[in-house]
Structure formats: C-alpha cells, structure tokens
Design a protein around this ligand. Structure first.
Ligand SMILES: NC(=O)C1=CN([C@@H]2O[C@H](COP(=O)(O)OP(=O)(O)OC[C@H]3O[C@@H](n4cnc5c(N)ncnc54)[C@H](O)[C@@H]3O)[C@@H](O)[C@H]2O)C=CC1
Ligand SMILES: O=C(O)[C@@H]1CCC=N1
Length: 249
C-alpha cells in the first residue's frame, strides 16, 4: 500500500525517504534506505507508518528520535489506535489514514482521522497529501475510521473477488477469459460510472430501468438477491472487517 501511495505522494514537493528492508527500489524518485541506522539522527516533519499493525510495537519506538519539533505521525495501519501509536512514539501527534488500493492509479478513497494532539496544520497537510491519491473523507471519530476500513479500505478486495467470481461464471457460459473479463469489467465499470454521473437516478431507479417486468433481468435479480441473501452477505462482510479492525486496536 505504501508503494501505491508513494506514486501519488511524489507528485508534491516534499523530500521523501523510505525505510524498507524488503524493497530493492521505490517509485517516484524517493530516497530508499534499507536500515533505519542509515538515517543517522535525521529528523522528519512527518513520519508515515506503513508496516503491518502487528509490527508497529517492535519497529516504531526506534523512530521517536526522528520526529522533528512540531512534526507528526501519519499511520495507514488498520485498527491500531492513535492513542496506542502516540504512546508508542513518544506522545507524538498522530493522524490516522485509511487509504485503499486504487490510490495506485490516483483513484483511491482515504478516510482521515486527526487525534486531539494533531494541529490544524498537521490535518491540512495530511488532507492535501492524501488528496493526491484520490478522494478523501475526514471523519470525526476513530470509531468511524475503523468503519471506513470496513467499507473502503478493504473494499477493493471485495470488488476484486466479486469481479473474479463474475468472470469465472461468465466463462462457464462458453466465453474465453478475455471475452469474459471484457464483458464483466465493461459492465461493472460502465454501470458504476453511470450511477456516479452528476444527477444520476438512484440505484433503485437505475436497477429498475434495466428490469423489464417478467424479463431476463428480473429472473437474474431474483436469483441474486430475491431473498436478501446478497445484502445479508455484504452486511456480514463489513461487520467481520470492522470486528477485525477493533481487534487490532
Ligand atoms: N493493502 C491494502 O490495501 C491496505 C493496507 N493498509 C495498511 O498498510 C499497511 C501495510 O500493508 P500492506 O502494504 O498490505 O503490507 P505489505 O506487506 O505489502 O507492506 C509492508 C511493507 O513493510 C515493509 N517492512 C517490513 N519490515 C519493515 C521494517 N522493519 N521497517 C520498515 N519496513 C518494513 C515490508 O518490506 C513491506 O514493504 C498495514 O498496516 C495495512 O493495515 C491500509 C489500507 C489498505
Ligand atoms: O487487510 C488489511 O488488513 C489491510 C487493511 C485494509 C486493507 N488491507
């Protein structure tokens, strides 16, 4: 996720240093070091936490001395709370961000939550920084940020899985994978873009406009969600994701 964001962050004027022992190169002209020791006492206006939440306790305390006076911390880690991160990082101000993967093409959705110690300046920087990667939604509570994770942060995973299953089943109707992908991506992308047009009809109206009484779409929709099973499945999906975020706090 950090690499996807780096592509977009690099469009700004900041000098960016990445510490990552697992990368041979990073995009966007950022400086890469494989070991924090190479920083040699340098301080940074913003330190971005983009490691797995389960690694933060081990890794991040070593970075306390690298935060500039008036600097702050951005965390993209799921779940791990701002209070816990601040305590881990010498009481630094923390802004939590929950991006999603289409940030890689500048079409991400990022939730932003500023903990009380973060200043207006920190928040304004984080908002501008994340806007380079797509849409931003600033939320008032950390609870809401964990719900952004359930809807948007993990959302591309749901979408990719739905599209994958749709392609698989389309191929069972005798199409090549290329044909199936073209049809599924075109249908999903075209329908979503149409629904997102300014002044578009509601989703119910759009659905109904495809659906002739006694026709083919009605038959398909009845199988898809006639019993509310799809809605229930999505409810369980978001709840399971949110519950996991809570466990990671
Ligand atoms: N993958 C996604 O779509 C999203 C991920 N996130 C968050 O982003 C964070 C990273 O997740 P992913 O990118 O999926 O994982 P990842 O495994 O792809 O990336 C983690 C990176 O941390 C590096 N790393 C490991 N040890 C390190 C150390 N000691 N110092 C510095 N870097 C180290 C790894 O080499 C790797 O490049 C997580 O906290 C996750 O919750 C948030 C939103 C979306
Ligand atoms: O699966 C995860 O934990 C991360 C956080 C949101 C998306 N991927």
């Amino acid at each position: 996720m950090g690499s996807a964001l780096l592509e977009q962050w690099s469009k700004g004027t900041e000098s960016i240093t990445v510490v990552d022992p697992g990368q041979a190169s990073v995009p966007g002209g950022a400086r890469l070091v494989s070991d924090r020791a190479a920083l040699d006492g340098e301080r940074f206006d913003c330190i971005i936490v983009a490691v797995k939440p389960q690694m933060i306790d081990d890794i991040m305390p070593d970075y306390v001395g690298h935060i500039a006076p008036d600097g702050y911390v951005i965390s993209i880690a799921a779940g791990y709370s701002s209070a816990r991160l601040s305590a881990t990082m010498g009481d630094a101000p923390v802004i939590r961000v929950m991006p999603n993967l289409p940030a890689a093409i500048g079409r991400g959705v990022s939730g932003i939550f500023a903990s009380p110690a973060a200043s207006e300046t920190h928040l304004a920087h984080a908002q501008e920084f994340m806007a380079r990667a797509g849409t931003t939604v600033t939320v008032d509570t950390e609870e809401q940020l964990d719900r952004v994770t359930a809807v948007a942060g993990s959302g591309p995973g749901y979408v990719f899985e739905i599209a994958r299953a749709y392609v698989e089943v389309a191929m069972e109707h005798g199409f090549t994978e290329e044909q199936a992908r073209d049809m599924v991506f075109g249908t999903m992308g075209g329908a979503i873009d149409m629904a997102a047009e300014p002044g578009a009809l509601s989703l119910e109206e759009l659905r109904n406009s495809v659906t002739s009484k006694g026709g083919t779409t009605a038959a398909g929709l009845n199988a898809l969600n006639g019993d509310g099973g799809l809605t229930e499945r999505l409810r369980a999906t978001l709840q399971a994701c949110y519950d996991r975020a809570v466990e990671l706090r």
